[in-house]
Design a protein around this ligand. Structure first.
Ligand SMILES: NC(=O)c1ccc[n+]([C@@H]2O[C@H](COP(=O)([O-])OP(=O)(O)OC[C@H]3O[C@@H](n4cnc5c(N)ncnc54)[C@H](O)[C@@H]3O)[C@@H](O)[C@H]2O)c1
Length: 341
């Protein structure tokens, strides 16, 4: 039985407490929040879980094997580094840290301490994203031409990070995972309409190897909540709508073929294919439960699907996005350190 301590019981932390508590081989022993009201609420829901306002009660408890961090990003590095140094395994919410330097140091500390460091890239544990990954791997879509994503709604405005660092970790982790790759270049524009110097809208274009393009729209300033990903392949196209309660993925047998063998430009023709639309059945297990179980499996030796290194890759991409936005959309080459290859 692995003993877990959770730091941060705001909006997201309680979901982690609920899911870790539901696992057979884990026990949430203690949780912490700076706000007394939050931990008192947790005590009502989980009477056997101890509560504290001081996270050090968790980190310094020799009985605790793993620490789960669901606090604002500006605190991730300090809390995760202290927990790792104290010999705990760490599950840290996304984004891993608030900048690349902290991310590099955290991955180093985890290596040095030989402890599991996992980042909460929840979407790589969803049935929909895993279905898309399989369809691509099995060649069902043909060669992937491009991906476009939209993750927009009204708010919630963050004070310590811009909209890219808040919302794009989801899309970047999804794209890296389904393409089993990572982008080479980025060009991005964004603007701060509401809070000075904190972009609330960003349009990002990434180039993956093989000329696969990806376009991301992230915004806190949109009347509708949209979570949509379109993957266009040479054989088929797919739309993944995460807001849909049922039928999240639609596969369109649509495409364009160039008719072979033409002698003159006048004979050059395209043929459009309008085939069936299929809707795959998806497993309805809670992704967060799968993610929490995966963390325990990684502590037992399994390779992490969202490791500290995957978290660091996403930080490197977001850092390049920030630099491109500052330089009015300049194309930036994303550099990955050797330790990530
Ligand atoms: N994976 C996902 O889908 C997902 C979804 C939502 C949020 N998140 C992530 O979860 C993290 C928390 O987000 P949130 O929306 O719950 O924020 P929140 O502001 O609602 O909650 C954070 C809580 O942490 C507490 N806290 C801050 N410093 C602390 C400390 N030193 N010790 C103990 N408690 C402390 C605060 O009092 C607050 O209650 C962020 O990293 C966010 O990106 C992930």
């Amino acid at each position: 039985m692995l003993k877990v301590g959770v730091i941060g019981c705001g909006y997201w932390g309680p979901n982690l407490i609920r899911n870790f508590s539901a696992l057979d081989d884990a026990e949430v022993k203690i949780c912490s929040d700076l706000e007394l009201k939050r931990i008192e609420h947790m005590k009502k829901l989980y009477p056997s879980v101890a509560i504290t306002q001081d996270y050090r009660d968790i980190i310094e408890d020799s009985d605790i094997d793993a620490v789960v961090i669901a606090t604002p990003v500006s605190t991730h590095y300090k809390l995760a580094a202290e927990a790792l140094e104290a010999g705990k395994h760490v599950f840290c919410e996304k984004p891993l840290t608030q900048n690349v330097e902290e991310g590099v140091k955290l991955v180093d500390i985890a290596d040095k301490m030989k402890k599991t460091l996992m980042v909460g890239h929840t979407f790589v544990y969803t049935a929909a994203v895993n279905k898309i990954k399989k369809l691509i791997k099995d060649g069902e879509l043909g060669d992937v031409y491009y991906i476009s994503t939209s993750r927009v709604n009204l708010g919630l405005f963050q004070k310590d990070i811009n909209v890219v660092w808040d919302l794009a970790p989801h899309d970047l982790s999804i794209m890296n995972y389904i393409l089993d790759s990572r982008p080479l270049y980025v060009s991005a524009t964004g603007h701060s309409y509401i809070q000075p110097e904190i972009q609330d809208v960003a349009f990002v274009t990434l180039t993956y190897p093989g000329s696969v393009l990806a376009n991301l729209q992230v915004s806190w300033l949109n009347p509708n909540k949209i979570r949509k990903t379109t993957v266009v392949g040479s054989k088929k196209m797919l739309v993944y709508d995460d807001v849909a309660s049922l039928e999240k993925i639609r596969i369109y047998d649509k495409g364009v073929d160039v008719i072979p063998h033409y002698d003159t430009f006048g004979e050059f023709q395209l043929s459009y294919r309008y085939g069936d639309i299929s809707i795959p059945k998806l497993d309805d297990s809670e992704p967060l439960k799968i993610e929490c179980q995966h963390f325990l499996d990684c502590i037992a030796g399994k390779k992490a699907r969202s490791s500290g290194r995957h978290g660091l890759e996403v930080l490197l991409i977001m850092d390049a996005i920030d630099r491109s936005m500052k330089a009015n959309g300049e194309k930036i080459t994303i550099e990955y350190p050797k330790s990530l290859t």
